[in-house]
Design a protein around this ligand. Structure first.
Ligand SMILES: *Cc1c(COP(=O)(O)O)cnc(C)c1O
Length: 391
């Protein structure tokens, strides 16, 4: 076998610089919902294998270098967390929340080809692309100022299109404001309008790993009548590789399944070749931290989020958050601070997310920075013109 040559000195230095830069950036990483506290070093030797979870994790395949057994265990854990009916729910480990959303809408469209998809202004930016890929009719519904879907607008809009089955793309923890769409309210609309054929997909990218661990969660899971749900794995659980989980009612999945002789399995997933490492990461996290551990982690994140809200309000930054959310919304600071703290921003607001690695000391330091900077006026804020127009 041809042995790889060693890296040149320059190339090695380039890598070393990257390592140093990334480590530095991690010190101020509070704007995006990716948990950085994980240690999968016990699994590093699996990097030597061409793992591939191609095909349906519940069906034997002719490609044996896979981790399907662990993927199935991960799916069982998420079924419990989402109150999914044991026998009639299916799922797989995706490449992230976006793939799970694509999958949910794909199932919905295959079930109801003439459907209309309703999603809110606050839905994740990828939803628009998914709808274009799937070439499905869709209408954007107005949001309330707190980021939830405006149900009056939803009701009126569905009324106009009563002849086609509605597919509701519900945000369970919206990207910018951590808002949960009111699933019970949505169900009521469908009932009031006597609409029998409908589909509800829950985009629970971040909150799908928060709400199972809070005391007073709103109705959001299979108990609330959803048909599918997408949850990211690299967000709250934490993973060096993007990943996620999608769960759906089995009856819908059976409609799209087809056998593939080449790999001797069922083609029920979006991707062909699939990541075999990420199911191991997720499995390892749940096995080592445990549900009780995640409960504690989420509680302490809630404390940090509350601390941030208070601290930023003391600086008059109009901070607020939804009760079961770790996303703290506040006035958009200067571009310098947006960049330093990697604060996700949209229009006049920014947010921080109290993920497990975010500490009260981080918040104190951010508050110091905010107190130190001149309160920006809108004029000298350096927004891209597209954002400025929407202000
Ligand atoms: C992050 C996020 C997504 C996309 O998830 P990825 O794992 O990044 O693909 C979708 N919806 C919401 C609400 C999100 O917060």
């Amino acid at each position: 076998m041809r042995k790889p040559k060693h890296l040149s000195r320059e190339d090695q230095e380039k890598l070393d610089t990257l390592t140093r830069n990334l480590e530095k950036e991690l010190e101020h990483f509070i704007g995006y919902p990716c948990n950085t506290l994980f240690d999968y070093s016990a699994l590093y030797h699996f990097l030597k294998l061409p793992l591939n979870n191609i095909g349906d994790p519940f069906v034997p395949t002719n490609y044996h270098i896979n981790t399907h057994e662990f993927e199935r265990e991960v799916i069982e854990i998420f079924k419990k967390l989402t109150n999914a009916p044991k026998k009639s729910t299916w799922g797989y480990v995706t490449n992230g929340g976006t793939e799970g959303n694509l999958y949910g809408i794909f199932l919905a469209r295959e079930m109801f080809p003439d459907c209309m998809v309703y999603y809110s202004e606050d839905s994740h930016y990828s939803v628009n692309k998914i709808l274009r890929c799937l070439h499905v009719r869709n209408i954007m519904i107005k949001s309330n100022p707190d980021g939830t879907m405006n149900l009056d607008d939803l009701r009126e809009t569905i009324k106009i299109h009563r002849d086609v089955p509605p597919v509701i793309f519900a945000n369970i923890g919206s990207t910018m404001k951590g808002a949960c769409d009111d699933l019970l309210g949505i169900q009521k609309i469908l009932k009031d309008l006597a609409i029998k054929r409908h589909y509800i997909h829950a985009d629970a990218a971040l909150s799908g790993m928060i709400l199972p661990f809070v005391d007073k969660a709103p109705a959001w899971d299979f108990d609330a009548g959803i048909d599918s749900v997408s949850i990211s794995g690299h967000k709250m659980v934490g993973s060096p590789l993007p990943c996620g989980v999608v769960l759906a009612k089995k009856e819908y999945v059976d409609r799209i399944a087809c056998g593939v002789e080449y790999v001797g399995t069922l083609d029920t997933t979006i991707m062909g070749s699939r990541n075999g490492l990420t199911p191991l990461f997720l499995w390892y996290a749940f096995r080592t931290i445990g549900l009780e551990g995640f409960h504690e982690i989420i509680q302490s994140c809630m404390n940090v989020a509350a601390y941030a809200e208070t601290k930023l309000n003391a600086l008059n930054r109009h901070a607020w958050k939804h009760p079961n959310s770790l996303t703290v919304v506040f006035d958009r600071p200067s571009p310098t601070l947006v960049s330093k703290w990697q604060l996700a921003s949209k229009g006049s607001i920014s947010h921080l997310i109290a993920m497990p690695h975010v500490t009260c000391e981080n918040i104190d330091e951010l508050a110091e920075d905010l107190a130190g900077e001149k309160q920006d006026t809108r004029k000298n804020r350096n927004y891209p013109s597209t954002v400025r127009r929407s202000l």
